[in-house]
Design a protein around this ligand. Structure first.
Ligand SMILES: N[C@@H](CCC(=O)N[C@@H](CS)C(=O)NCC(=O)O)C(=O)O
Length: 244
């Protein structure tokens, strides 16, 4: 079995699926879209506008990180990404769902307004890309890309400010799941893969990193993944937007 995974550089749910494919030992190739181009292109190919999406060699197409991971689990049960015990599985599924629906959006609602404010941070993210983009070109295009992405993701300064305030509460939830043993085990489960990639992306923000310091959630961000290339400098957001 082989697959083609459609991604955008830096996308956290794409990294989740990539690792799941690697754990399952499925051969795959990456197709990387430039950001914003992926929206109409994905719609044409998958009838959904988001990445990640996958096409298997038998023609099967799936869009959405949780749906893809679920299908990978059916296709290749070993190694398992969900516990065999029903109660433990329900907890991992709950954490995975929360990671997708509640935590994952912050990687967009906070990051895109940050890029709009600090477009010159774009160059620092290019080492992660398969599309060879010179740093100055990435910086030049970021004001336009970030404006479009802010619109596409229904975000902006007010939303970013609200979500920055919500983040410590979300990190408390992650810390509690780690203490309970739902997250943070070896090998990672589906919820670890979903949540760690969002934490790692948020930690590219210099304004956000202090919120993680000394927390179990900080360890989880890099337990299964290397740090993401990219840095949005501290001071991008006004100090009074950040939680005390
Ligand atoms: N929660 C879904 C959605 C993923 C998602 O929103 N991906 C972003 C990139 S990180 C995207 O493609 N956004 C484009 C859009 O919203 O139109 C998943 O995990 O697959």
């Amino acid at each position: 079995m082989t697959a083609r995974l459609y991604v955008v550089n830096g996308s956290h749910p794409c990294a989740t699926v990539q690792r799941a494919l690697e754990m399952k030992g499925i051969d795959y190739k990456i197709f990387e879209w430039p950001p914003t181009v992926h929206v109409p292109a994905q719609w044409l190919l998958f009838r959904e506008r988001t990445v990640p999406a996958i096409k298997f060699d038998d023609g099967e197409k799936i869009s959405g990180s949780r749906k893809i991971v679920k299908r990978l689990e059916e296709l290749r049960p070993d190694p398992p990404l969900f516990p065999a015990d029903a109660d433990a599985r329900a907890k991992v599924e709950e954490a995975e769902r929360w990671g997708d629906l509640t935590l994952q959006p912050l990687g967009r609602t906070i990051l895109w307004p940050a890029f709009k404010r600090s477009p010159k941070a774009a160059a620092s993210f290019t080492p992660g890309s398969k599309i060879p983009t010179p740093g100055p070109m990435a910086n030049l295009s970021m004001p336009v890309i970030s404006r479009l992405e802010v619109k596409l993701n229904d975000t902006g300064d007010e939303v970013a400010r609200r979500d920055l305030q919500a983040l410590p509460g979300y990190l408390d939830k992650v810390d509690a799941w780690i203490a309970e043993g739902v997250l943070g085990g070896e090998p990672p489960n589906a919820a670890d893969l979903q949540i760690a990639t969002s934490l790692r992306l948020l930690m590219t923000l210099g304004d956000v990193r202090p919120m993680f310091e000394g927390r179990p959630a900080e360890r989880l961000a890099f337990q299964y993944f290397d740090p993401l290339p990219g840095e949005i400098p501290a001071g991008t957001f006004p100090a009074d937007w950040l939680p005390a």
